[in-house]
Design a binder for this molecule. Structure first.
Ligand SMILES: [Zn+2]
Length: 71
């Protein structure tokens, strides 16, 4: 899976993901570091799946309960 690039909020340089923790099936906490040596900022953030846009061929009933369905 391709991981999207993130820009440092301070200097706009590329950041690399240093670590991550899967909180539950829909939420991941990520730790990222700016690659600009003159900046060096580090961040903690989140990746969260909010809504299912198209159905799964192998749906998990527990996940379907947690996701917001399209209107
Ligand atoms: Zn930076």
């Amino acid at each position: 899976m391709r991981i999207p690039k993130h820009a440092c909020p301070h200097c706009k340089s590329a950041m690399i993901l240093r670590s991550s923790r899967q909180e539950h099936a829909l939420l991941k906490t990520v730790y990222a570091q700016c690659t600009n040596p003159f900046c060096g900022a580090t961040f903690k953030g989140r990746t969260e799946w909010l809504q299912q846009l198209s159905p799964s061929a192998t749906p998990n009933p527990e996940i379907l309960k947690q996701l917001k369905q399209p209107a």
